[in-house]
Design a protein around this ligand. Structure first.
Ligand code: G6P
Length: 279
């Protein structure tokens, strides 16, 4: 069976991965960016803005932006790093145990010259997507292929389609400490996090969460990362985003396995982050 086919998403070349049971994932080479994940029942789980650029001129607003080598402004480089606006390569693909997988790679030699000059470190960033049944696995590996240590932060900035924001709730965060967008450190008291206003929180990661939506629940698990970032811009911030329609914030929540602080990776060392999303 053919596991991958090349498709176009907007103007972006993308790889469509199809498991024997019909579950699918579509990944743009621009950003190594997961655009769509459908379980075998045909249900789409990711949100993508109708106003997103899909021509490589700007990061995609939706799906799973890959944040590397810095989270937000926690570093000297561009906000959220260059991985989401660089051109990745499909390295390999296959099928195991009834699931389909594809692995994408980005190295220093793939970067545009000014980007490589601004971050002059020999690295290899790999992302393997495995799809089938009711689960999606994202395996992220960062390797230092050079002679000097480099600092990095990393996150998978997943936009989940929640149907209606008022129906969305995240369980698993009660009694967890978090930092909010005012930089206050607080402890969550509520059993479930709901979205009634702008939410931008950084939680010390419990390993697993449940996202409840209008029509089901997803279990989110992570290993190797150290935080969960939870973001919904709310009405005012959404209106200020040129690549998001004013009311689209009512349909998604971002939940991101992350390692936000810059940490050093020694020569020849490798960091691995695992993320599983399942129904
Ligand atoms: O607009 P972007 O650069 O894609 O960032 C979108 C959002 O990313 C993260 O979730 C941050 O915690 C937010 O503060 C930020 O607004």
């Amino acid at each position: 069976m053919t596991v991958v086919t090349m498709v176009k998403y907007g103007q972006l070349p993308a790889v469509r991965l199809t498991a024997p049971d019909g579950a699918q994932a579509t990944v743009a080479l621009f950003g190594g960016h997961l655009l769509s994940w459908q379980t075998a029942d045909g249900k789409e789980h990711l949100f993508c803005s109708a106003k997103s650029a899909l021509d490589g001129s700007k990061a995609i607003r939706g799906g799973v932006p890959v944040i590397f080598p810095q989270f937000n402004a926690r570093g000297d480089g561009q906000r959220h790093g260059f991985a989401r606006t660089s051109l990745w390569r499909l390295d390999d693909s296959g099928a195991d145990d009834g699931r389909a997988w594809a692995e994408f790679v980005l190295t220093q030699s793939d970067l545009a010259t000014p980007v490589a000059q601004a971050w002059p470190h020999a690295f290899e960033l790999r992302l393997r997507f495995t799809v089938g049944g009711s689960a999606l696995d994202l395996l992220c590996t960062v390797r230092n292929t050079g002679a000097h240590a480099f600092p990095f932060g990393v996150a998978l900035h997943t936009y989940f389609d929640v149907g209606r924001l008022e129906a969305a709730a995240i369980e698993g965060l009660q009694h967890c400490r978090y930092t909010d967008h005012h930089l206050a450190t607080l402890e969550q008291q509520e059993p479930a996090l709901r979205f009634t206003e702008k939410t931008d929180r950084l939680y010390q990661a419990p390993p697993a969460l449940t996202l409840r939506t209008a029509d089901g629940a997803l279990r989110l698990e992570q290993q190797g990362y150290s935080e969960w970032v939870v973001w919904n811009p709310g009405a005012a911030d959404a209106a200020a985003l040129a690549d998001m329609a004013d009311d689209e914030y009512l349909h998604f929540v971002c939940i991101e396995p992350a390692r936000v602080d810059q940490q050093l990776l020694a020569p020849d060392a490798q960091w691995v982050g695992r993320h599983r999303i399942s129904r």
